[in-house]
Design a protein around this ligand. Structure first.
Ligand code: NAP
Length: 340
Protein backbone atom coordinates (compact mmCIF):
# COMPACT_ATOMS: atom_id res chain seq x y z
CA UNK A 1 0.00 0.00 0.00
CA UNK A 2 1.48 3.34 -1.04
CA UNK A 3 0.09 5.27 1.92
CA UNK A 4 0.13 3.14 5.06
CA UNK A 5 -0.90 5.98 7.38
CA UNK A 6 -4.50 6.56 8.47
CA UNK A 7 -5.29 10.21 9.13
CA UNK A 8 -8.24 10.52 11.49
CA UNK A 9 -10.11 13.11 13.52
CA UNK A 10 -11.21 12.14 17.01
CA UNK A 11 -13.49 13.82 19.52
CA UNK A 12 -11.10 15.43 22.01
CA UNK A 13 -13.64 17.08 24.34
CA UNK A 14 -17.38 17.67 24.60
CA UNK A 15 -18.47 21.22 23.75
CA UNK A 16 -20.81 23.28 25.82
CA UNK A 17 -22.44 25.48 23.20
CA UNK A 18 -20.66 26.01 19.90
CA UNK A 19 -17.95 23.49 19.00
CA UNK A 20 -14.49 24.75 18.03
CA UNK A 21 -11.10 23.33 17.05
CA UNK A 22 -10.29 22.40 20.66
CA UNK A 23 -13.01 19.72 20.57
CA UNK A 24 -11.28 17.75 17.81
CA UNK A 25 -7.81 16.24 17.40
CA UNK A 26 -6.15 15.09 14.20
CA UNK A 27 -4.09 11.91 14.52
CA UNK A 28 -1.91 9.87 12.18
CA UNK A 29 -1.71 6.15 12.89
CA UNK A 30 -0.82 2.99 10.97
CA UNK A 31 -3.66 1.68 8.83
CA UNK A 32 -5.39 -1.12 10.78
CA UNK A 33 -5.77 -4.64 9.36
CA UNK A 34 -9.23 -6.16 8.85
CA UNK A 35 -10.20 -9.15 11.02
CA UNK A 36 -12.46 -12.06 10.00
CA UNK A 37 -15.70 -10.76 8.44
CA UNK A 38 -14.25 -7.26 8.04
CA UNK A 39 -13.11 -5.12 5.13
CA UNK A 40 -10.51 -2.37 4.87
CA UNK A 41 -11.86 0.70 3.08
CA UNK A 42 -10.13 3.68 1.52
CA UNK A 43 -12.62 6.43 2.30
CA UNK A 44 -13.14 8.68 -0.73
CA UNK A 45 -15.91 10.99 0.47
CA UNK A 46 -17.03 11.85 4.00
CA UNK A 47 -20.50 13.26 4.64
CA UNK A 48 -20.76 16.10 7.17
CA UNK A 49 -24.25 16.29 8.69
CA UNK A 50 -25.98 18.37 11.36
CA UNK A 51 -26.72 15.27 13.50
CA UNK A 52 -23.00 15.02 14.27
CA UNK A 53 -23.33 17.93 16.68
CA UNK A 54 -25.62 15.70 18.78
CA UNK A 55 -23.07 12.88 18.78
CA UNK A 56 -20.61 15.24 20.49
CA UNK A 57 -22.92 15.56 23.52
CA UNK A 58 -23.25 13.01 26.31
CA UNK A 59 -26.71 11.92 27.36
CA UNK A 60 -29.65 10.06 25.95
CA UNK A 61 -30.56 10.38 22.30
CA UNK A 62 -31.64 8.10 19.48
CA UNK A 63 -28.01 6.99 19.04
CA UNK A 64 -25.15 6.79 21.56
CA UNK A 65 -22.62 9.65 21.67
CA UNK A 66 -19.14 9.36 20.20
CA UNK A 67 -16.77 8.47 23.07
CA UNK A 68 -13.95 10.86 23.91
CA UNK A 69 -10.83 9.91 21.90
CA UNK A 70 -12.93 7.91 19.41
CA UNK A 71 -13.04 8.71 15.70
CA UNK A 72 -15.90 11.06 14.84
CA UNK A 73 -18.79 9.17 13.34
CA UNK A 74 -19.76 9.73 9.73
CA UNK A 75 -21.01 8.09 6.58
CA UNK A 76 -18.45 7.58 3.85
CA UNK A 77 -18.19 6.38 0.31
CA UNK A 78 -15.21 4.06 0.26
CA UNK A 79 -13.41 1.54 -1.89
CA UNK A 80 -12.60 -1.94 -0.63
CA UNK A 81 -8.82 -2.37 -0.41
CA UNK A 82 -8.82 -5.71 1.39
CA UNK A 83 -11.69 -8.05 2.16
CA UNK A 84 -12.13 -10.80 4.71
CA UNK A 85 -15.87 -10.91 4.06
CA UNK A 86 -17.25 -13.20 1.33
CA UNK A 87 -19.68 -10.52 0.09
CA UNK A 88 -17.02 -7.94 -0.86
CA UNK A 89 -14.12 -7.93 -3.27
CA UNK A 90 -11.20 -5.54 -3.74
CA UNK A 91 -12.35 -2.53 -5.74
CA UNK A 92 -16.00 -2.58 -4.62
CA UNK A 93 -17.43 0.88 -3.88
CA UNK A 94 -19.68 1.04 -0.84
CA UNK A 95 -21.44 3.38 1.58
CA UNK A 96 -20.34 2.65 5.14
CA UNK A 97 -20.06 4.28 8.53
CA UNK A 98 -16.38 4.83 7.90
CA UNK A 99 -15.94 7.89 10.15
CA UNK A 100 -13.80 11.02 9.88
CA UNK A 101 -10.70 9.21 8.60
CA UNK A 102 -8.96 8.27 5.40
CA UNK A 103 -9.07 4.48 5.93
CA UNK A 104 -11.58 2.40 7.88
CA UNK A 105 -11.98 -1.18 8.97
CA UNK A 106 -15.67 -2.06 9.12
CA UNK A 107 -17.70 -5.23 9.56
CA UNK A 108 -18.88 -6.37 6.15
CA UNK A 109 -22.32 -7.14 7.58
CA UNK A 110 -22.66 -3.49 8.68
CA UNK A 111 -22.10 -2.04 5.20
CA UNK A 112 -25.34 -0.38 4.28
CA UNK A 113 -25.08 -0.08 0.51
CA UNK A 114 -23.07 -1.10 -2.53
CA UNK A 115 -22.61 1.37 -5.34
CA UNK A 116 -22.09 -1.09 -8.22
CA UNK A 117 -23.29 0.39 -11.48
CA UNK A 118 -23.91 3.84 -9.99
CA UNK A 119 -24.06 6.34 -12.87
CA UNK A 120 -24.45 9.46 -10.70
CA UNK A 121 -21.39 10.98 -9.00
CA UNK A 122 -20.47 8.77 -6.03
CA UNK A 123 -20.78 11.72 -3.63
CA UNK A 124 -24.54 11.86 -4.26
CA UNK A 125 -24.84 8.59 -2.34
CA UNK A 126 -24.23 10.75 0.74
CA UNK A 127 -26.71 13.46 -0.26
CA UNK A 128 -29.70 13.64 -2.56
CA UNK A 129 -29.37 9.94 -3.47
CA UNK A 130 -28.54 8.87 0.08
CA UNK A 131 -29.54 9.47 3.67
CA UNK A 132 -30.62 13.17 3.41
CA UNK A 133 -32.62 12.63 0.22
CA UNK A 134 -34.24 9.61 1.81
CA UNK A 135 -35.08 11.68 4.90
CA UNK A 136 -37.04 14.08 2.71
CA UNK A 137 -38.73 11.26 0.81
CA UNK A 138 -39.72 9.25 3.88
CA UNK A 139 -40.77 12.23 6.02
CA UNK A 140 -43.12 13.40 3.29
CA UNK A 141 -44.40 9.95 2.41
CA UNK A 142 -45.14 8.88 5.98
CA UNK A 143 -45.97 12.11 7.82
CA UNK A 144 -46.17 15.25 5.69
CA UNK A 145 -48.34 13.74 2.95
CA UNK A 146 -48.71 16.90 0.86
CA UNK A 147 -51.85 16.93 -1.28
CA UNK A 148 -52.51 18.79 -4.53
CA UNK A 149 -53.30 22.43 -3.79
CA UNK A 150 -51.94 22.35 -0.24
CA UNK A 151 -49.17 24.66 0.96
CA UNK A 152 -45.89 23.26 2.28
CA UNK A 153 -43.20 25.28 4.05
CA UNK A 154 -39.62 24.11 4.62
CA UNK A 155 -36.47 25.87 5.86
CA UNK A 156 -32.79 24.95 5.32
CA UNK A 157 -34.29 24.70 1.85
CA UNK A 158 -31.05 24.85 -0.16
CA UNK A 159 -29.65 21.86 1.75
CA UNK A 160 -30.06 18.22 0.74
CA UNK A 161 -33.11 17.57 2.93
CA UNK A 162 -34.97 20.85 2.36
CA UNK A 163 -34.31 21.13 -1.37
CA UNK A 164 -35.52 17.57 -1.89
CA UNK A 165 -38.60 18.14 0.28
CA UNK A 166 -39.58 21.15 -1.82
CA UNK A 167 -39.11 19.39 -5.15
CA UNK A 168 -40.96 16.21 -4.16
CA UNK A 169 -43.84 18.22 -2.67
CA UNK A 170 -44.06 20.19 -5.89
CA UNK A 171 -44.29 16.97 -7.88
CA UNK A 172 -47.12 15.94 -5.54
CA UNK A 173 -49.01 19.08 -6.56
CA UNK A 174 -48.40 21.23 -3.49
CA UNK A 175 -47.56 24.91 -3.45
CA UNK A 176 -44.09 25.23 -1.93
CA UNK A 177 -42.47 27.94 0.17
CA UNK A 178 -38.74 27.55 0.75
CA UNK A 179 -36.77 29.44 3.40
CA UNK A 180 -33.00 29.89 3.42
CA UNK A 181 -30.35 32.22 4.82
CA UNK A 182 -29.11 34.97 2.49
CA UNK A 183 -29.95 36.25 -0.98
CA UNK A 184 -27.80 33.78 -2.96
CA UNK A 185 -29.53 30.81 -1.39
CA UNK A 186 -32.93 32.47 -1.71
CA UNK A 187 -32.40 32.95 -5.45
CA UNK A 188 -31.24 29.34 -5.81
CA UNK A 189 -34.57 28.17 -4.34
CA UNK A 190 -36.37 29.92 -7.17
CA UNK A 191 -34.25 28.08 -9.73
CA UNK A 192 -35.21 24.66 -8.32
CA UNK A 193 -38.92 25.37 -8.47
CA UNK A 194 -40.09 26.70 -5.11
CA UNK A 195 -43.18 28.84 -5.68
CA UNK A 196 -41.96 31.36 -3.11
CA UNK A 197 -38.44 31.74 -1.69
CA UNK A 198 -37.75 33.70 1.48
CA UNK A 199 -34.65 34.77 3.42
CA UNK A 200 -35.08 34.11 7.14
CA UNK A 201 -32.49 36.80 7.88
CA UNK A 202 -34.76 39.57 6.53
CA UNK A 203 -35.97 41.95 9.26
CA UNK A 204 -39.59 41.47 8.18
CA UNK A 205 -39.30 37.71 7.64
CA UNK A 206 -42.47 36.90 9.66
CA UNK A 207 -44.53 39.36 7.62
CA UNK A 208 -43.09 38.02 4.36
CA UNK A 209 -44.06 34.50 5.37
CA UNK A 210 -47.58 35.58 6.29
CA UNK A 211 -47.98 37.22 2.87
CA UNK A 212 -46.56 34.14 1.13
CA UNK A 213 -49.20 31.79 2.54
CA UNK A 214 -52.60 33.50 2.14
CA UNK A 215 -54.37 30.17 2.56
CA UNK A 216 -52.29 29.11 5.58
CA UNK A 217 -49.82 26.22 5.93
CA UNK A 218 -50.85 22.56 5.59
CA UNK A 219 -47.42 20.93 5.92
CA UNK A 220 -44.50 22.41 7.82
CA UNK A 221 -41.44 20.20 7.33
CA UNK A 222 -39.49 21.18 10.44
CA UNK A 223 -35.74 21.33 9.84
CA UNK A 224 -34.65 24.25 11.98
CA UNK A 225 -36.88 25.36 14.89
CA UNK A 226 -36.07 28.80 16.33
CA UNK A 227 -37.56 31.89 14.79
CA UNK A 228 -38.78 30.10 11.66
CA UNK A 229 -40.92 27.85 13.82
CA UNK A 230 -42.21 30.90 15.73
CA UNK A 231 -43.25 32.52 12.45
CA UNK A 232 -44.92 29.35 11.13
CA UNK A 233 -47.02 28.42 14.17
CA UNK A 234 -49.70 31.17 13.86
CA UNK A 235 -50.14 30.32 10.16
CA UNK A 236 -50.88 26.60 10.52
CA UNK A 237 -54.18 25.32 9.17
CA UNK A 238 -56.46 22.85 10.93
CA UNK A 239 -55.15 19.29 10.46
CA UNK A 240 -51.70 20.54 9.42
CA UNK A 241 -48.90 17.95 9.53
CA UNK A 242 -45.48 18.72 11.00
CA UNK A 243 -42.79 16.10 10.37
CA UNK A 244 -40.18 17.10 12.95
CA UNK A 245 -36.97 16.25 11.14
CA UNK A 246 -34.45 18.58 12.79
CA UNK A 247 -34.10 21.66 14.98
CA UNK A 248 -30.66 22.88 13.95
CA UNK A 249 -31.22 26.38 15.40
CA UNK A 250 -30.88 24.86 18.90
CA UNK A 251 -28.32 22.06 18.36
CA UNK A 252 -25.70 24.06 20.30
CA UNK A 253 -28.09 24.64 23.20
CA UNK A 254 -29.02 21.13 24.21
CA UNK A 255 -30.08 20.90 27.85
CA UNK A 256 -30.17 24.68 28.24
CA UNK A 257 -33.25 26.72 29.10
CA UNK A 258 -33.64 29.11 26.18
CA UNK A 259 -34.45 32.78 26.79
CA UNK A 260 -37.94 34.12 26.04
CA UNK A 261 -41.48 33.20 27.02
CA UNK A 262 -42.47 29.55 27.48
CA UNK A 263 -44.52 28.79 24.35
CA UNK A 264 -45.06 25.12 25.09
CA UNK A 265 -48.47 25.30 26.86
CA UNK A 266 -49.83 27.51 24.09
CA UNK A 267 -48.53 25.18 21.39
CA UNK A 268 -50.03 22.11 23.08
CA UNK A 269 -53.35 23.91 23.24
CA UNK A 270 -53.03 24.75 19.53
CA UNK A 271 -52.24 21.11 18.69
CA UNK A 272 -55.53 20.17 20.36
CA UNK A 273 -57.69 22.95 18.96
CA UNK A 274 -56.38 22.61 15.40
CA UNK A 275 -55.91 18.83 15.52
CA UNK A 276 -52.31 19.18 14.38
CA UNK A 277 -50.16 16.11 13.73
CA UNK A 278 -46.65 16.67 15.08
CA UNK A 279 -44.33 13.70 14.73
CA UNK A 280 -40.61 13.42 15.24
CA UNK A 281 -38.83 10.87 13.09
CA UNK A 282 -35.41 9.50 12.27
CA UNK A 283 -35.10 8.43 8.67
CA UNK A 284 -34.14 4.88 9.55
CA UNK A 285 -37.60 4.46 11.18
CA UNK A 286 -38.82 4.09 7.61
CA UNK A 287 -35.94 2.06 6.21
CA UNK A 288 -38.34 -0.38 4.52
CA UNK A 289 -39.00 2.43 2.02
CA UNK A 290 -35.33 2.69 1.04
CA UNK A 291 -35.40 0.37 -2.02
CA UNK A 292 -38.43 2.23 -3.35
CA UNK A 293 -36.65 5.55 -2.72
CA UNK A 294 -33.59 4.38 -4.68
CA UNK A 295 -35.75 3.41 -7.60
CA UNK A 296 -37.95 6.51 -7.69
CA UNK A 297 -35.23 9.01 -6.87
CA UNK A 298 -32.86 7.37 -9.37
CA UNK A 299 -35.46 7.94 -12.07
CA UNK A 300 -36.20 11.53 -10.98
CA UNK A 301 -32.49 12.37 -11.02
CA UNK A 302 -32.02 10.75 -14.41
CA UNK A 303 -35.01 12.70 -15.76
CA UNK A 304 -33.78 15.97 -14.25
CA UNK A 305 -36.95 16.27 -12.19
CA UNK A 306 -34.92 16.57 -8.98
CA UNK A 307 -31.97 18.94 -8.90
CA UNK A 308 -29.28 19.05 -6.25
CA UNK A 309 -26.30 21.07 -5.22
CA UNK A 310 -23.14 19.92 -3.45
CA UNK A 311 -20.61 21.85 -1.40
CA UNK A 312 -17.39 19.83 -1.66
CA UNK A 313 -14.50 20.60 0.66
CA UNK A 314 -11.06 19.14 -0.08
CA UNK A 315 -9.08 17.33 2.61
CA UNK A 316 -9.92 15.75 5.95
CA UNK A 317 -7.99 18.43 7.86
CA UNK A 318 -10.63 20.94 6.70
CA UNK A 319 -13.57 18.88 8.03
CA UNK A 320 -13.88 20.57 11.47
CA UNK A 321 -14.02 24.09 10.01
CA UNK A 322 -16.54 22.97 7.39
CA UNK A 323 -18.63 21.36 10.10
CA UNK A 324 -18.68 24.56 12.18
CA UNK A 325 -19.88 26.35 9.05
CA UNK A 326 -22.68 23.82 8.54
CA UNK A 327 -24.15 24.74 11.91
CA UNK A 328 -24.11 28.43 10.88
CA UNK A 329 -25.34 28.13 7.31
CA UNK A 330 -21.97 28.69 5.60
CA UNK A 331 -22.46 25.56 3.47
CA UNK A 332 -24.39 25.94 0.23
CA UNK A 333 -25.69 22.51 -0.72
CA UNK A 334 -24.84 19.07 0.60
CA UNK A 335 -21.58 19.31 2.55
CA UNK A 336 -19.13 16.56 1.60
CA UNK A 337 -15.41 16.23 2.25
CA UNK A 338 -13.34 14.78 -0.60
CA UNK A 339 -10.63 12.70 1.00
CA UNK A 340 -8.31 11.79 -1.85
P1 NAP B 1 -28.15 21.54 5.43
O1 NAP B 1 -29.40 22.20 4.98
O2 NAP B 1 -27.15 21.17 4.41
O3 NAP B 1 -27.38 22.43 6.47
C1 NAP B 1 -27.98 22.95 7.59
C2 NAP B 1 -28.60 24.30 7.27
O4 NAP B 1 -29.40 24.71 8.36
C3 NAP B 1 -27.60 25.44 7.13
O5 NAP B 1 -27.00 25.50 5.85
C4 NAP B 1 -28.49 26.64 7.37
O6 NAP B 1 -29.09 27.02 6.15
C5 NAP B 1 -29.60 26.08 8.26
N1 NAP B 1 -29.56 26.72 9.58
C6 NAP B 1 -28.57 26.64 10.49
N2 NAP B 1 -28.88 27.37 11.57
C7 NAP B 1 -30.11 27.89 11.32
C8 NAP B 1 -31.00 28.72 12.07
N3 NAP B 1 -30.67 29.17 13.29
N4 NAP B 1 -32.20 29.06 11.53
C9 NAP B 1 -32.54 28.64 10.29
N5 NAP B 1 -31.74 27.84 9.54
C10 NAP B 1 -30.54 27.48 10.07
O7 NAP B 1 -28.54 20.27 6.32
P2 NAP B 1 -29.35 18.94 5.99
O8 NAP B 1 -28.39 17.82 6.03
O9 NAP B 1 -30.20 19.13 4.78
O10 NAP B 1 -30.29 18.82 7.28
C11 NAP B 1 -31.39 19.69 7.46
C12 NAP B 1 -32.08 19.32 8.78
O11 NAP B 1 -32.55 17.96 8.68
C13 NAP B 1 -31.18 19.38 9.99
O12 NAP B 1 -31.93 19.84 11.09
C14 NAP B 1 -30.82 17.93 10.22
O13 NAP B 1 -30.45 17.67 11.56
C15 NAP B 1 -32.09 17.25 9.82
N6 NAP B 1 -31.97 15.83 9.44
C16 NAP B 1 -32.75 14.95 10.10
C17 NAP B 1 -32.73 13.63 9.75
C18 NAP B 1 -33.65 12.66 10.45
O14 NAP B 1 -33.54 11.46 10.23
N7 NAP B 1 -34.56 13.16 11.29
C19 NAP B 1 -31.85 13.18 8.75
C20 NAP B 1 -31.07 14.13 8.07
C21 NAP B 1 -31.12 15.47 8.43
P3 NAP B 1 -29.51 28.55 5.87
O15 NAP B 1 -28.23 29.27 5.58
O16 NAP B 1 -30.42 28.43 4.72
O17 NAP B 1 -30.17 29.06 7.11
Amino acid sequence: MSNPINTRIVLAARPSGEPDASHFRLERLPVPAPGPGQVLLRNRYLSLDPYMRGRMDAGRSYSPPVAIDDVMEGRTVGEVLESRHPGFAVGDQVVATGGWQTFAVVDGDAITRRLDGMTLPLSTALGVYGMPGFTAYAGLHEIGKPQPGETLVVAAASGPVGATVGQIAKMRGARTVGIAGGEAKRQYLETIGFDVALDHRADDFSEQLRTAVPGGIDVYFENVGGKVFDAVVPLLNDFARIPVCGTIATYNARGQVLPGPDRLPGFFSQILRQRLSVRGFIQRDFIDLFPRFLEEMGQWLADGRIQYREDIVEGLENAPEAFFGLLKGRNFGKLVVKLE
